[in-house]
Design a protein around this ligand. Structure first.
Ligand code: FES
Ligand code: FES
Length: 216
């Protein structure tokens, strides 16, 4: 094989791979079958997979390297940069999002594991014009300083109150037969996976307690 031919094959493969790697479009569910057959939307090798996600209520389809985390798909492919990358190792909670109603660390989860899943990021929680009660409470109680951890804190806080409401016990739950209350101990324990380097913990606690008391 001569060097020029080998170069041409590599170049073609590279271009196809580059095009497909950046494909991330809003496509109605009904149009998916057609779209998936498109050349630019097809995986170029076994290391790539087509994934369909429902992100903040919108169907999104993209071709990703199998090793791509959900966090990188959200931030780098879908440009939803509200979800933050802090440690990228499951230690800070900055990347917390909701998947099918449960909070997860998006940095610890591969995108290909979420075919068909419903993902809610901070962009889907509320807007500047219509804040979610938890977002408003964080504002009212100064539950942040630099704000970097805040999207993860808010996504986690909403899930915490839902978990308490659903009767999911934590390590500090005493009586497993009684109704679980949103006490300071319960909230602190359940939010312990969300680190705030600014140390806004007391105000974050006040914000979450406020939402719990309001029953919002
Ligand atoms: S970035 Fe995911 S836990 Fe820190
Ligand atoms: S507000 Fe700065 S890290 Fe939490």
């Amino acid at each position: 094989m001569s060097p020029p031919i080998r170069f041409e094959m590599r170049r073609r493969t590279f271009l196809a791979g580059t095009a497909s790697a950046v494909v991330a479009t809003n496509i109605p569910w009904s149009a998916r079958a057609q779209a998936v057959s498109g050349e630019a939307a097809a995986p170029v090798g076994p290391e790539q997979t087509t994934v369909t996600l429902d992100v903040n209520g919108e169907p999104r389809r993209l071709v990703v390297d199998n090793r791509t985390t959900l966090l990188d798909v959200l931030r780098e492919h879908l440009r939803l940069t509200g979800t933050k990358k802090g440690c990228d190792h499951g230690q800070c909670g900055a990347c917390t999002v909701s998947v099918n109603g449960e909070r997860i660390n998006a940095c610890l989860s591969l995108a290909v594991m979420h075919e068909g899943d419903e993902v809610t990021t901070i962009e889907g929680v509320g807007t500047a014009e219509r804040l979610d009660p938890m977002q408003q409470a964080f504002l009212d109680h100064d539950g942040f300083q630099c704000g970097y951890c805040t999207p993860g804190q808010i996504c986690s806080a909403k899930a915490v109150l839902q978990e308490i409401q659903d009767g999911v016990p934590s390590h500090v739950t005493g009586d497993l037969t009684a109704r679980i209350e949103a006490t300071e101990a319960e909230i602190r324990e359940r939010m312990s996976g969300n680190i705030c380097r600014c140390g806004a913990y007391s105000n974050i606690l006040h914000a979450i307690t406020q939402v719990a008391e309001d029953g919002a």
